[in-house]
Design a protein around this ligand. Sequence first.
Ligand code: FAQ
Length: 307
Amino acid sequence: MTEEKFQKRIDREEKIEPKDWMPEGYRKHLIRQISQHAHSEIIGMQPEGNWISRAPSLRAKMILLAKVQDEAGHGLYLYSACETLGVSRQELVSQLHSGKAKYSSIFNYPTLSWADMGAIGWLVDGAAIVNQVSLQRTSFGPYSRGMVKICKEESFHQRQGYEIMAQMAQGTSEQKAMAQDALNRFWWPSIMMFGPNDSDSPRTGNAMKWKIKRKTNDELRQEFIDKTVNQAEIIGLTIPDKDLKWNDERQHYDFGEMDWDEFWSVVNGNGPCNKQRLNHHKKAHDDGQWVREAAKSYSQKKELIAN
Ligand code: FAQ
């Protein structure tokens, strides 16, 4: 098949499946995006994992545990989807450890108070849903199907985070201040999750042509902001952006400029927790070596007995 015929399949909205012919660039683009997405889910367990042992009630602890476990599951579906493109899990993990593969900048910020669990669920999962709802229609079959299940779970995550924020915002003045402080610290990093502006996004051109991405970084960021402003108003919290203003003509909120130096510094490994997150992952991976060896030897033994 030629690239032209492949593009026609994409334009007809046919899903591309792992054994179908695809241009090398399409395969590489997907391996990069899906693996970075998987790494984000796995590294993303750390900031919330930090609060499991300090959750303020048994109910809160159970919900947080379930949520963090869901994120592990999302990482595993995504690694599996990525492996269908002919790359091994081991290779993907070593790309993460060497710094070749990125993961979402948001997970390089510390979680300083219980309210941060609310801010993460509400804003980080909220931003993830906006992105992932559009990725349900991505052109690669396994990625698209994985997104359907992931979005259902993210929706629960967003609600549990919003519930924490709503409760704290209605609590004592100290609790409300904690909720506002979490919003202040997580707002800008959350809207940075959508990546650079379209004009500075080298990957968007091919991603849109191949329908890997269905909406651009700026379109998704705008959608998230438009949705979230009202949610903040309902619970009486203030979004920390003095330029945030409804624009009647555009029928969207205008918003302020992100700190792009901060964004690129975090993306390039120099955020507040980049080293800590990666070192923790490396240690967990090394500590789990015996489990991988045991599982492999068990499956070899079973195969031997079966034959
Ligand atoms: N952080 O040309 P573009 C979650 C990189 S949700 C780090 O615009 P693209 C759920 C980008 O990779 C979070 N790096 O690239 C959860 C590229 O570098 P490369 C994960 C970033 O791919 C919640 C370069 O900058 N979601 O985990 C970021 O078209 C709570 C140029 O950028 C996904 O991954 C960033 N924010 O657009 C879990 C969704 N932005 O690869 C636990 C799928 C950009 O050339 C707890 N991914 N870069 O070296 C996507 O939609 C896209 O890949 C974007 C970036 C939008 C992230």
